[in-house]
Design a protein. Structure first.
Length: 265
């Protein structure tokens, strides 16, 4: 009886709703203030002579989201936090300059693109992966392209070092397996927990390639193969000129980018 009497009484529904209304009003004020600051950032960059640079900084975004997810909380899930801040970041980027998405891969690719970049950037469907990559060459362009067994579009990046894979979608493991990649002309930097994307034309099964990489201390997994090429993920961040990769099987090979590991792992 004593334990039951010591429990705090449940708040009435009206009290709870009133508090939600107060929080909503404060959230709106803060979101509006944040949106205004994005415009100020754009002005500051223009004054510094950086107004013609794409504002996307995937490494900085990963650090921000991991910092938020590491903070103590009572009820907000990783999904809720990531979805809210992806929308805020996407809106901020769109206010700082050109920002547009070109997507190939059907409705799932569109869903992943919106989950990663928010509702603010203009989105166009590409007829083929090459069209999406072409759009990514323009200022503010991002290509979101599905991984498919009948397309080795990612192999084209070996000949286009300015275009880099910078994100693996989805960014949360709880949203399903990796099924699309985001590509743009951006700087890709290590974040402390990353996967690197490496392509090789080595023939035969993947097992001997994995063994050769493993002997050199490289943990790898085959993602997809098509058109005589294989795409692997490497655990960690690898530079394009890493000697261990230079010793790996294949006459034509190379790093095509890197991405933060899933944020909820």
């Amino acid at each position: 009886m004593a334990d039951a009497e010591s429990k705090p009484a449940a708040q009435s529904l009206d009290v709870v709703r009133a508090r939600i209304d107060e929080i909503d009003a404060e959230l709106l004020r803060l979101v509006d203030e944040r949106a205004g600051l994005a415009t100020e950032v754009a002005k500051a960059k223009a004054a510094a002579g950086e107004g013609d640079r794409f504002a996307l900084r995937p490494g900085r975004e990963a650090h921000l989201l991991r910092k938020l997810l590491a903070r103590g909380r009572r009820a907000a899930s990783p999904t809720l936090i990531v979805r809210i801040w992806r929308e805020l970041i996407g809106d901020s980027l769109s206010r700082q300059g050109p920002f547009h998405l070109s997507v190939w891969g059907g409705s799932r690719a569109v869903e992943l693109a919106r989950a990663r970049f928010g509702a603010a950037p203009r989105l166009a469907l590409a007829a083929k992966p090459e069209d999406a990559l072409a759009a990514a060459r323009s200022l503010g362009g991002v290509a979101v392209i599905a991984l498919a067994r009948d397309s080795a579009w990612w192999g084209r990046l070996l000949a286009e070092p300015k275009l880099k894979v910078f994100a693996a979608l989805p960014c949360l493991a709880s949203w399903g397996p990796m099924s699309a990649l985001a590509v743009a002309e951006v700087d890709v930097e290590p974040t402390g927990s990353d996967v690197t994307f490496w392509v090789t034309d080595a023939s035969g099964p993947a097992a001997p390639i994995l063994t050769a990489l493993s002997r050199d201390g490289v943990a790898a997994s085959l993602m997809v193969e098509a058109g005589g090429l294989k795409l692997f993920t490497l655990a960690g961040y690898y530079m394009a000129d890493d000697e261990r990769l230079a010793r790996a099987p294949g006459g034509l090979s190379g790093v095509i980018g890197a991405a933060p590991s899933p944020l909820d792992v």
